[in-house]
Design a protein around this ligand. Structure first.
Ligand code: UTP
Length: 637
């Protein structure tokens, strides 16, 4: 197998609602009368950064502290280290489980930076477990999806003396809230749409709690209730939690932040009434309740509750707005002398802006591009009208609800674009046009009002063309469409509409992809991951430009049941702010690839940190960038 280094980032996580229901839901394996567990979880900004390569042993080095760990990839030795406890036990625990299940070689991991605070209820131990599972998954092509990585990380962590629920491993999903459902051994995940930002503050109560005791006492109420206390614990973590979590999601999705806060208060009250009596020593939690009832915090927040296993560990507060969030943070630090952090969950905004770069030289289409830009080549759309490529594309984008379209053009071509999108017809031509074409001309004028330009004076590449739109994007996610690709949907919604709709659910850096035959992989940018049955998107594990067939067959296929599938870039992307930040950084530091500033490597860096979604629209794409593809486009589009 080829020796390669991969960069990894795994964030810490915060459970917003539904703690303890993960392990409680697991008891459905034994008692199916119990309720499923439900939890709302989000990754946070802070996390662990690392680089990993294949090795014959398990070697982990912390670059900052100089500490290191080394062990042979031997199940018994790894298991022994895992059972001893301590930081390295997590790594050994996960490696032992991987050896047992997959019998692969070892990994060498350099932990470059850790920004996640340890033992603050943010699951730093789970993050390291997920990181190790992810390193093995990617280096040995285990084809695990995020839930698969979570499961391995969980099995690894419970090999150690540390006790965690499966919920902790949800840091694998990146910084966005998800609903996790725990049903026996099965975990399901669903994205949550955020309609208004949620301003959280969380603080370490600087007190003590005994998680092992809390878990031991509460587990005693399962799987079958033997007394009234058990019944109440089961009720609280089962049916009550189900109701509170689902109401909370309803309010997050409708943007009623005050009600989200009320659900937090209700969850805490319910916990105090029904769960705390099962472990009063730990769960009476005076330090927590002092903060929950603190007048200043109460007046600045909508909701307050304990974190993680509860007890006097950490507290989370949902502030009323950005100002209250700052004020509460300051109050925790300056007045209460506690370590505190903020977490803002941004709303999922509909995309209103699009970028189309069309300033390339079009050398593959020489000599027609000597006199006609690729963007003005003719295509015949479904409506039977012959249009320039750029109009067909801008029309699809505009019809999908985009309000502003920024074309990256050569300054000298402005006149031609103006003529198409904004030019008025002479009365002579207007008089001769059919009513249908006159109506279409009115539509062109409407699209024209949405068109803006930025000029690319030097052809420094696709990534450079995109970066020129940073100001236009204004820090918001934007749609990017290649200027030489068109789409034809198989259903009522256009491919662009389908893509935007999917983003509204996932709220993550996205790329549209389509399945291609194995023999064609060397012609495209290929993205791979694991595609669940019945889903039309997957999380991207790896991306590569034009791999040869043998390499793709070994490393870059997407697993779909028992099948191997190959997915190529379809032509549309949704770029997030981080993409523009990295593009700017590359340009400022003159980091070119093949003489140009590229987009793919930047996308890959953002993917590593925040994840990336590959969406499969129901439709076909048509290329006009080379002669053979253009011929097909002209005939079949
Ligand atoms: P291509 O990679 O197809 O480059 O660009 P190109 O210059 O158009 O064509 P060839 O390779 O010379 O035949 C993909 C998209 O990015 C735009 C192109 O216009 C096309 O829509 N682009 C590319 C720019 O706007 N500026 C650039 O510097 C490069």
């Amino acid at each position: 197998m080829e020796e390669r280094a991969i960069n990894l980032f795994v964030p810490g996580r915060l459970c917003i609602m539904g703690e303890h229901s993960d392990w409680a839901g697991r008891y459905r394996n034994i008692n199916n009368k119990l309720n499923k567990g439900y939890a709302i979880v989000t990754g946070i900004e802070e996390g662990i950064y690392a680089t990993a390569t294949i090795s014959d042993k398990v070697i982990v080095e912390n670059v900052e502290s100089g500490d290191s760990f080394e062990c042979e990839m031997d199940y018994d030795k790894l298991k022994e280290i895992a059972e001893e406890g301590g930081y390295w036990s997590y790594i050994a625990g996960v490696a032992a489980c991987i050896k047992e299940q997959y019998n692969v070689g070892g990994v060498k991991i350099a932990i470059n930076k850790v920004t996640i605070p340890e033992k603050k209820g943010l699951s730093s131990s789970a993050a390291i477990c997920v990181l190790v599972a992810r390193a093995f998954n990617q280096l040995y092509n285990l084809h695990l999806n995020v839930i698969g990585e979570m499961n391995l990380a969980y099995l690894g962590e419970i090999t150690t003396p540390s006790r965690c629920g499966k919920l902790d491993q949800a840091c694998a999903f990146g910084k966005k809230p998800v609903l996790l459902t725990f049903d026996g051994d099965r975990i399901d995940v669903k994205n949550i749409k955020v309609s208004k930002p949620l301003y959280f503050v969380f603080a370490d109560l600087m007190s003590k709690k005994d998680t092992v005791k809390i878990l031991a006492d509460l587990n005693r109420s399962f799987p079958f209730a033997e007394n009234e206390i058990d019944e109440k614990v089961q009720e609280a973590l089962g049916v009550d939690n189900d109701e509170i979590v689902h109401k909370c999601i309803e309010y997050i999705e409708s943007g009623d932040v005050e009600k989200v806060g009320e659900m937090m208060l209700k969850a805490q009250q319910n916990f105090d009434e029904k769960v705390a009596p099962a472990c009063p020593e730990e769960l009476t939690s005076p330090a927590l309740h002092k903060v929950l009832n603190d007048e200043y915090i109460v007046s600045n927040s909508f909701g307050r509750k304990g974190v993680g296993s509860q007890g006097d560990g950490s507290v989370q507060v949902l502030a009323k707005n950005k100002e209250s969030q700052d004020a509460i943070l300051k109050y925790f630090k300056d007045v209460l002398g506690m370590d505190a952090y903020t977490l803002t969950i941004e709303e999922t905004k509909p995309i209103k802006k699009a970028i189309i770069p069309v300033a390339g030289n079009g050398t593959r289409m020489f000599p027609i591009t000597k006199c006609i830009k690729k963007a003005f080549l003719p295509v015949i759309d479904d409506d039977g009208i012959i249009k320039p490529v750029i109009l067909s594309l801008a029309e699809e984008i505009s019809d999908a609800g985009i309000e502003e379209i920024c074309l990256v053009i050569d300054e000298g071509d402005k006149e031609d674009y103006d003529k198409l999108f904004k030019g008025k017809l002479s009365s002579e031509v207007a008089a001769k046009l059919s009513p249908e074409l006159l109506e279409y001309e009115a539509k062109i004028q409407k699209i024209g009002k949405k068109i803006k330009y930025v000029y690319q004076t030097e052809k420094l590449g696709f990534g450079h063309a995109v970066s020129l739109c940073e100001e236009f994007a204004g820090g918001e996610p934007v749609l990017l469409a290649l200027g030489d690709q068109l789409y034809k949907s198989d259903i009522n919604e256009s491919c662009t509409e389908q893509f935007l709709k999917n983003f509204a659910e996932t709220n993550q850096l996205s790329v549209s992809v389509c399945e291609i035959p194995e023999g064609d992989v060397s012609r495209y940018g290929i993205l791979s991951g694991k595609l669940e049955n019945s889903k039309d998107y997957f999380y991207v594990d790896k991306m590569v430009e034009k791999p040869d067939v043998a390499l793709a067959a070994e490393e870059y296929y997407t697993k779909c049941g028992d099948e191997k599938k190959y997915f190529a870039v379809f032509g549309e992307y949704i770029l997030t702010k981080e993409v523009f930040d990295l593009l700017r950084d590359n340009i400022e530091n003159n980091r070119k690839e093949g003489g140009e500033f590229e987009l793919t490597s930047v996308l890959d860096q953002v993917r590593e940190k925040n994840g990336m979604v590959a969406f499969i629209p129901k439709g076909k794409f048509f290329d006009v960038g080379n002669v053979k593809a253009y011929k097909r486009t002209f005939v079949e589009k």
